[in-house]
Design a protein around this ligand. Structure first.
Ligand code: HDE
Length: 682
């Protein structure tokens, strides 16, 4: 008896499947006639091993994942261009800094450190800021962070640091969070980490957007000019939008509201033509200046304040293209601090020296082959040639016999292959002599002066955030002796900080730790504060406009225009997205209320009639929308009719609560002065 069969609409047997004119084929180019059904005996019988179409498809799928990065697994990339604005040929022979207007393509990857590839974007964490410059003399990778210092001074401690911060080995949690025993145990035993720890407890570790973060090369590097003269350099990225951060409760809620908050923000900005931009600056100093400082420039736990060595802006970077494919360009991009070009060189920073090995090594484990440089996103955009051959996944077909050097094949008329050139990369000459020792220089021994400098450079409000972050994290630590040890260090940073954290934990202060070197009172640096450097602009900021049935369409239209004209991004929110009847027409919303909480906006507007506001006052999502906007110190613009909803949320009007006309201006800032009324800070 013939069995009944059916064909799905897209898989009609006998028709060639086409998309954009392309024929669907196997990986070996064989055209496919049916991509919906496997080959079987009869309509309901067993599937045949012969089905090479099924087997190839499943086989490929089974192997689609590669090991995620051991750190910085979660990241987002964008392409762009670096432009030299102030050439420095006297300092460096690097071609990308040689002429004004010289452009170099780049790819940038921003990342969190501790979480896995599928983790959230807004935990408290350091952010990676890795830039690959595709220069005419090869790739230069400046693999930096958004915090200018690091937790440890020597690469040999890196596996311990990372093991301690990642999810605990037995439990497998917490994911993407430093607030647990093992991290605080480790850092409290390594006082060199305290400077980075205090940065990580500050608002720097909860950025509002990748577009609003500074970037730092962290280590001291060297520039080398044509004459072979070298000079020390530190690299900085300065966001044109200024720095902005989230508040802690907001960043925690964002982890539920939008896991992809930063990735989406970057992608949407570029797609809309709001290209993120940074100035690129250098701090240049010589050995004499280095010798005059009370800390060691080879110690990656130290900054050189801008007030001591000023920043010189020499370029700018614009990110103007989104990746076409997440896997090909984000998962497969490989950054190597060992990628430097002629004119840039390493210092003896022991952390940097260790990194020079680690990144090359890890690519073999992640990407599976020493030929990872051939993957399009990693390949130099300039010609490259050498005698290295073969290996897994070799995709090139080198011609001829010249796979060794020296050779004299040219004398027989054959291509002898490439030769080293005197103008190629040459390590800066540096006299070195000494005994082999496992030892750390005493000049690396001051662990408290710079955290103190950072603390004293913050506004009162920023200090409260730091103290509260310590309280939050240490409240999640179950080991009393670890908390006490952290407090014993905080006393050496600042007694007030230590006392506030102790009060927040409701415990008594322990004795101060005994410092290896007594801390100094270094001059505070205003450049270290986010709030002191806030740019009052709507550019890069998003305004959520809540409306409902009966709202005035002209008012909404006017607000959308005003926000757009001021450089901001309006986003309309309503209880239903499909179409709402308004006074003066009908309107679709960009987002539904329950799925568009106010945490995803920088400011909100309530364009409501009294009747709608009364109705929404009974809806938890609407009350939460207003309550959180207020609690997160955002501007709230509203119609008179919105009052019942504001009352339900208990809003006490202040400078940030305005009528709609003043909203675009009010939305340019956060209302820090409001904070004591909404939160009990340490
Ligand atoms: Fe990394 N780091 N790191 N790191 N790091 C990696 O390399 C490592 C350090 C940084 O978006 C890994 O390709 C060691 C400092 C960024 O792909 C790995 C040490 C700074 C990224 C590695 C450090 C960084 C990484 C993991 C101590 C700021 C992401 C995957 C000596 C200056 C790059 C990979 C991307 C990634 C090792 C310390 C920044 C394992 C051994 C300091 C931005 O190789």
């Amino acid at each position: 008896m013939a069995e009944k069969t059916y064909q799905t609409e897209h898989g009609a047997a006998g028709e060639t499947q086409q998309r954009g004119g392309e024929v669907l084929t196997t990986n070996h180019g064989i055209p496919v006639s049916d991509n919906q059904n496997s080959l079987r005996v009869g309509a309901r019988g067993p599937t045949l091993l012969e089905d090479f179409l099924l087997r190839e498809k499943i086989f490929h799928f089974d192997h689609e994942r590669i090991p995620e990065r051991i750190v910085h697994a979660r990241g987002s990339v964008a392409h762009g261009v670096f432009e030299c604005t102030d050439p420095i040929p006297d300092l460096s022979r690097a071609g990308l800094f040689a002429e004004k207007g010289k452009q170099t393509p780049v790819i940038v990857r921003f990342s969190t450190v501790a979480g896995g590839a599928g983790s959230v974007d807004t935990p408290r964490d350091v952010r990676g800021f890795a830039v690959k410059f595709y220069t005419e003399e090869g790739n230069w990778d400046l693999v930096g962070n958004n915090i200018p210092v690091f937790f440890i001074q020597d690469a040999i401690k890196f596996p311990d640091l990372i093991h301690s911060v990642k999810m605990e080995a037995d439990k497998g949690y917490p994911q993407a969070a430093s607030a647990h025993d093992t991290f605080w145990d480790f850092v409290s035993l390594m006082p060199e980490s305290l400077h980075t720890v205090i940065w990580a407890m500050s608002d720097r570790a909860i950025p509002r957007s990748y577009r609003m973060m500074q970037g730092f090369g962290v280590h001291t590097f060297k520039l080398v000019n044509d004459a072979g003269q070298e000079i020390f350099v530190k690299f900085h990225w300065i966001p044109r939008l200024g720095m902005q951060s989230l508040v802690w409760d907001e960043s925690a809620k964002l982890q539920g509201a939008d896991n992809d908050y930063h990735r989406r923000d970057l992608h949407e900005a570029i797609a809309a033509g709001d290209y993120p931009e940074w100035d690129f600056a250098v701090q240049i100093f010589d050995q004499d200046l280095a010798d005059s400082l009370p800390y060691d420039v080879l110690d990656a736990t130290k900054i050189i304040p801008e007030e001591v060595v000023p920043l010189r802006v020499i370029g700018r970077m614009v990110l103007n293209r989104n990746p076409d494919n997440h896997f090909a360009e984000n998962e497969q991009v490989a950054f190597l601090p060992s990628n430097v070009v002629p004119g840039i060189d390493f210092s003896d920073d022991p952390l940097l020296q260790g990194r020079l090995f680690s990144y090359l090594d890890t690519q073999k484990s992640r990407l599976g082959t020493t030929n990872f440089h051939q993957i399009p996103v990693n390949a130099p955009k300039c010609p490259y040639a050498n005698m290295m051959r073969d290996g897994l996944m070799q995709t090139q077909v080198p011609k001829g016999r010249a796979n060794y050097e020296p050779n004299s094949l040219d004398q027989a008329g054959e291509d002898p292959g490439p030769r080293a050139s005197a103008s190629g990369f040459a390590t800066a000459k540096q006299p070195v002599a000494g005994e082999k020792l496992r030892i750390r220089s005493e000049s690396f021994g001051d662990h408290y002066s710079q955290p103190r400098l950072f603390w004293r450079s913050q506004t009162g409000n920023e200090q409260a955030h730091i103290a509260s972050a310590f309280v939050f994290e240490l409240s999640k630590v179950g080991l009393d002796h670890v908390r006490m040890r952290v407090l014993s260090h905080l006393r050496n940073i600042d007694e007030d900080l230590a006392q506030r954290v102790a009060d927040g934990l409701a415990i008594d202060l322990p004795e101060a730790a005994v410092p290896f070197r007594d801390p100094l009172d270094l001059d505070p640096s205003d450049a270290l504060s986010i709030q002191k450097n806030w740019h009052e602009t709507l550019a890069g900021r998003k305004v959520g406009i809540l409306f409902a049935e009966g709202s005035d369409k002209a008012e909404i239209d006017a607000l959308v225009k005003a926000v757009t004209d001021a450089g901001g991004t309006p986003f309309t929110v309503a209880p239903k997205v499909g179409g709402i009847k308004l006074n003066g027409g009908e309107m679709k919303a960009d987002g539904q209320l329950a799925g568009s909480p106010s945490v995803i906006f920088d400011a909100v507007a309530l364009v409501l009639t009294e009747e709608a506001a009364k109705k929404l006052a009974k809806d938890g999502a609407a009350v939460g929308f207003v309550l959180d906007a207020f609690g997160h110190l955002k501007a709230i613009g509203h119609t008179a009719g919105a009052q019942p909803l504001l009352d339900r949320a208990g809003i006490q009007p202040d400078d940030g609560v305005t009528d709609l006309a003043h909203l675009p201006d009010a939305a340019m800032r956060r209302y820090w002065a409001r904070e004591p009324s909404v939160r009990d800070l340490a």
